[in-house]
Design a protein around this ligand. Structure first.
Ligand code: G6P
Length: 465
């Protein structure tokens, strides 16, 4: 295994195993985001291959060295499903679901974070740069700095960082802050997330913070300054434009509308099946509009793509039951033999099909109760090369900071949500165009390449400081 100047460390490797035991590139946003950087730098990527007990030697994939970290079935249960997705995830999303604090889970989180840090320490070249990704690996920056003080270390937090009053529930809050502060640059989605982090550091560790700088004391009595700042992530906007221009994808969009019975308006929701996404609130508002007689299934269909996620975590099982019960009730009450109220799809789809869905949808509903960014909102906007369509966007999604020409909603306010849905359905084409052009400009002007360039630029500035 050769050493790499640039190393990404993420919970997941950028590949999925196919049925034949081969590897194909996984469709996720982060993978696409970092693909150009990886290609240019001949970097390495440290991550979990996605299956318990899978032992794989490092291998090369499309020019990147992949370094698999094995997780046992127990690691998956305690570190991934437990501490990452049943403690940190709900806590950092404003306790929408109650976080569970279990010492056994925390111990596994520490052990597994150490394992990722060791793998990164082994593959990084002297004086190299390591970029750690997301909440599953908050202790890696510290462990890595201890093992390899020569490295420049970045960390990007893809999910919200909660207000201090919530964060302080965490029994291991100091260790987590110290873990993150091992990085030279700590990136967040929103200015508010960076602010919440700095406040937690002041309150818990009593470190001094000035503008985006945090003064971290060192053992020898000196100090260093870590940068904690917002770097909102984006998408590869151009690739969505190109897909949307393809005649077969446009034809597929028409076909989807025809398959739905050519309703006057198609509403669309696209989410991982997660309690942070506000799917229940969306269904409630839509169901009430049908009940009030404001909408009829002949005229309006809601397509809800809910891709399977974290299916062994209790809160996700419960959510699935509730959503499927609600969809069944609404459809049972309002469907006709020819038209359905909700077309519910518990699948994930290739990007081509997603773009066809975006083109088929008059209204995109993003009603997250809390969301780090929400890239679906940006994908919808990027795909609307016709400057039509309406984005209804929750103010609790990070994307709301940038996408100010969307119809903003508070998803907890069901009446407000119903009004926004009606307004979106009835919006005249001229207003759609005005709003969509402004949204598209923002997404084009700040794409994912800008994101990684800005973050890595800030990190490079720290090198040798
Ligand atoms: C969010 C997180 C990612 C995570 C993804 C899918 O976007 O920020 O870190 O990879 O969800 O979740 P999963 O648990 O399947 O990796």
């Amino acid at each position: 295994m050769s050493q790499a100047e640039f190393v990404v460390v993420a919970n997941r490797l950028p590949v999925d195993r196919d049925a034949e035991g081969g590897w194909r590139r996984s469709p996720g946003g982060l993978v696409t985001a970092l693909e150009p950087v990886m290609r240019k730098s001949e970097g390495a990527w440290v991550g979990w291959p996605g299956k318990a007990d899978l032992v794989v030697e490092p291998f090369e994939f499309e020019g990147t060295q992949l370094v698999p970290v094995t997780l046992s079935a127990e690691d998956v249960e305690l570190y991934y499903e437990g501490f990452s997705n049943d403690t940190i995830w709900p806590l950092y999303h404003d306790v929408i679901s109650a976080p569970r604090y279990k010492r056994e889970w925390w111990n596994a989180y520490v052990t597994v974070n150490r394992r990722f840090a060791e793998a990164a320490a082994e593959v990084a070249a002297p004086g190299g740069t390591v970029w750690v990704q997301d909440y599953q690996l908050q202790l890696v920056p510290k462990f890595l700095r201890e093992a390899r003080p020569d490295l420049t270390i970045g960390y990007f937090h893809h999910i919200p960082f909660p207000a201090y009053g919530l964060f302080s529930q965490l029994p291991w809050r100091r260790q987590v802050l110290e873990g993150l502060l091992g990085a030279d640059v700590i990136g967040f989605q929103r200015v508010a997330d960076a602010g919440n982090f700095a406040r937690a550091v002041r309150r818990q560790l009593r470190y001094e913070t000035k503008a985006s700088g945090i003064r971290v004391p060192l053992a020898d009595g000196t100090s260093r300054v870590a940068l904690a700042k917002a770097f909102p992530i984006s998408i590869d906007a151009e690739s969505y434009v190109q897909l949307a221009q393809r005649p077969e994808i446009q034809a597929r969009a028409k076909e989807i509308r025809a398959e739905l019975g050519n309703p006057a308006r198609v509403l669309l929701g696209v989410d991982r099946l997660d309690y942070t996404k506000g799917i229940r609130h969306r269904l409630k508002a839509f169901g009430e509009l049908l009940e009030d007689g404001k909408l009829s299934v002949e005229d309006v269909t809601l397509v809800q793509v809910a891709s399977p996620s974290r299916e062994r975590v209790e809160a996700y099982m419960q959510l699935r039951d509730e959503i499927e019960l609600t969809v069944g009730r609404i459809n049972g009450g309002f469907d006709t033999t020819s038209h359905s109220a909700i077309r519910y799809l518990h699948h994930s789809y290739p990007r081509e099909e997603m773009v066809a869905l975006y083109l088929a949808a008059d209204v995109m509903l993003v009603t997250a109760l809390r969301d780090g960014m929400n890239l679906v909102a940006k994908e919808y906007v990027a795909s609307r090369i016709d400057n039509r369509g309406v984005l209804v966007l929750s103010e609790f999604a990070g994307a709301a900071d940038e996408l100010s020409s969307a119809l903003r909603v508070n998803p907890h306010d069901i009446e407000g949500l119903k009004d926004a849905i009606m307004r979106a359905i009835e919006m005249p084409p001229a207003e759609q165009g005005r709003r969509m052009r402004s949204l598209r400009r923002r997404v084009r002007d700040h794409d994912v390449e800008d994101w990684s360039r800005e973050f890595l630029g800030a990190l490079a500035a720290k090198k040798g400081e």
